[in-house]
Design a protein around this ligand. Structure first.
Ligand code: SAM
Length: 263
């Protein structure tokens, strides 16, 4: 009998006869994608400075996994207490969506889950924190080492902020990493939430405010609801990228920050 064949795509696993199945979790992405392609090996000495709930390591973990998180032990990923080149791989999963934009009902839980309660409140401050962390990861992996860096683009106060692209640009142009590979993780794929705003024709009263409306007929724009649906300004950005970055054995390091455009 012919054995099923399996291949790894950027977004998930392709199994002959079953099509493409997206990663069910970050743990599966690590175990089947990153380990499957040989970027993580059982005997690697691995540092996770953004451990959080340890979700990356639920399906697979290396024999040596050293972990920290500023919320758990106060270790800041911008100043790691290790000598140069002490690790083979650093798994770097910093907060990649910044707080300080518009409030939403699910924001509290989201912020807790992704360690955003105390995160910088502007995209510029968040990027500066994360690229400083990336430079520190470069130092502790040493020549030939790998950094697995998670990042995302996101909508902030109505603007699309290209966090993933700017982080990658910094990694390649300023820090000196080489991009070995990239994985895409699509979490909770749903439509953009419907938003509404106050009807400007009736100022939210729901009543037709034109002269001559003695009987209080409903507003012809909102039909009496007082609110109208507003169009989504951007495509939903519920996708994150995991970049496999290699510190070359010999590399010239020029540190600096990338440009910070807002769309
Ligand atoms: C996206 S979450 C990581 C999730 C984690 N990979 C997991 O599996 O649960 C980002 C984490 O970075 C931590 N963090 C934020 N700023 C930090 C800093 N400057 N130094 C170290 N950890 C930081 C947060 O506390 C949070 O747990």
């Amino acid at each position: 009998m012919q054995q099923p064949t399996t291949a790894i795509t950027a977004t998930g696993i392709w199994t002959k006869g079953h099509g493409v199945r997206p990663w069910r979790s970050n743990a599966e992405l690590i175990a089947l994608g990153v380990v499957g392609l040989g970027y993580l090996r059982p005997d690697d000495r691995v540092l996770d400075p953004t451990f959080g709930r340890g979700a990356w390591w639920k399906d697979w973990s290396p024999s040596v996994l050293v972990h920290h998180d500023i919320d758990q032990d106060g270790v800041d990923f911008r100043a790691l207490p290790y000598a140069d080149g002490e690790f083979d791989v650093v798994a770097f999963d910093p907060p990649y969506v910044c707080t300080g934009g518009r409030e939403t009902s699910t924001l509290g839980d989201f912020n807790d889950r992704y360690g955003l309660r105390d995160a910088p409140r502007t995209p510029e401050a968040l990027l500066a924190m994360n690229v400083a962390g990336l430079d520190e990861c470069w130092r502790v992996v040493g020549p030939g080492g790998l950094v697995l860096c998670k990042t995302a683009n996101y909508v902030w106060s109505g603007h699309l902020y290209p966090g993933a692209h700017l982080t990658l640009e910094h990694a390649l142009s300023s820090t000196g990493f080489k991009l070995e590979d990239s994985f895409v993780y699509a979490g909770n794929v749903r439509a953009q939430p419907v938003r509404s705003r106050k009807c400007s024709a009736c100022s939210g009263s729901g009543v037709d405010s034109r002269p001559g409306n003695a009987h209080g007929e409903p507003c012809i724009v909102c039909g009496g609801a007082g609110r109208v649906q507003s169009e989504a300004a951007h495509a939903r950005q519920n996708v994150s990228y995991l970049y496999v970055l290699r510190r070359p054995r010999s590399a010239k390091v020029v540190k600096g920050s990338p440009a910070l455009p807002l769309a």
